[in-house]
Design a binder for this molecule. Structure first.
Ligand code: CP
Length: 291
């Protein structure tokens, strides 16, 4: 299958090549023009960052984006995801970006010939989010080896935690988990929240995904913020050069205090900015046959 659906099969050298290409785009030292090409954005779940930064990346590369409204489409008549994507392929377009609630939906799309860019599948993968997180960390520290990262929040429902943990470990980072034990389903040691604040180079906060919960959060939102929320006091206890990342959208006043979203250790807006360059790098490398 062409495109980028998961990072699990990608060697670390290729991950580094994507980040280096994104950095060149960001510095204006690399330009690419794919005028005349068209790609569709097939989002079956809500999105702001992923959908519109893919769109921005396409426009920066001269590619025309095609929007898709699943509620106004023939999906409502029972058309399958495969038939929908095959229809777009038949239009003669050059790729599709897909976000879907089904874990590894791309396994159903083996017969699709055009590149597929995964914008997030169920609770499993969000490869361009992982790459933009890695780019943000690499810009900060200039390396991955030996850095300590702790995931805090709704790990169980997080495709970001599942995707990041796997590749971060392959890159030589030490990963830990913390926060509510009811969400602790990633293979990494559990440490107390106080320990996480003390030892981490990167605190990877995660949104509480209320829309995916079948059960209930074991505590009130106020209690969550009290026990696990990122506050100015906790920020002051972090290492001097440590950073806070969060895939966003954030629940202000739950995972993070309102005034911390743009605080001095927060790299949340930088992550969003880096997302455009990572998506430019991924699209151009796929179109050039390098990915
Ligand atoms: N981080 C992220 O995937 O955000 P969106 O849901 O807004 O795309």
């Amino acid at each position: 299958m062409k495109g980028l659906t998961t990072l699990k099969d990608l060697p670390v050298s290729k991950i580094q090549e994507i980040i280096d290409t994104a950095l060149l785009f960001k510095k204006g030292e690399l330009k690419a023009d794919y005028s005349g090409k068209k790609m569709a954005l097939l989002f079956f779940e809500n999105s702001t960052r992923t959908e519109y930064s893919f769109c921005t990346a396409m426009l920066n590369l001269g590619i025309s984006p095609i929007y898709f409204n699943d509620r106004g489409s023939s999906i409502a008549k029972g058309e399958t995801l495969y038939d929908t994507v095959k229809t777009f392929e038949s239009f003669g377009i050059d790729g599709v970006v897909i976000r879907h609630s089904k874990d590894e939906y791309f396994r159903d799309l083996e017969n699709i010939q055009i590149p597929i860019f995964n914008g997030g599948d169920g609770c499993s993968n969000h490869p361009t989010q992982t790459l933009l997180d890695l780019m943000t960390i690499y810009e900060e520290f200039g390396r991955f080896e030996g850095l300590k990262v702790t995931f805090i929040g709704d790990i169980a429902h997080s495709r970001v935690a599942h995707g990041n943990n796997e590749i971060m470990r392959r890159l030589g980072m030490e990963t830990y988990i913390s926060g509510p034990e009811q969400f602790a389903d990633v293979t990494a040691p559990y440490i107390s929240f106080e320990k996480a604040i003390e030892i981490s180079d990167v605190i990877n906060l995660l949104r509480i995904q209320f829309e995916r919960h079948t059960g209930k959060l074991d505590m009130t939102k106020e209690e969550y913020f009290e026990r696990f929320g990122m506050t100015k006091k906790r920020e002051a206890q972090m290492k001097d050069n440590a950073i806070i990342i969060h895939p966003a959208p954030v629940n202000r006043g739950i995972e993070i205090a309102d005034d911390m979203v743009e605080g001095k250790k927060s790299r949340i807006l930088k992550q969003i900015n880096n997302g455009v360059y990572i998506r430019m790098a991924v699209i151009s490398m796929v179109l050039e046959g390098k990915l």
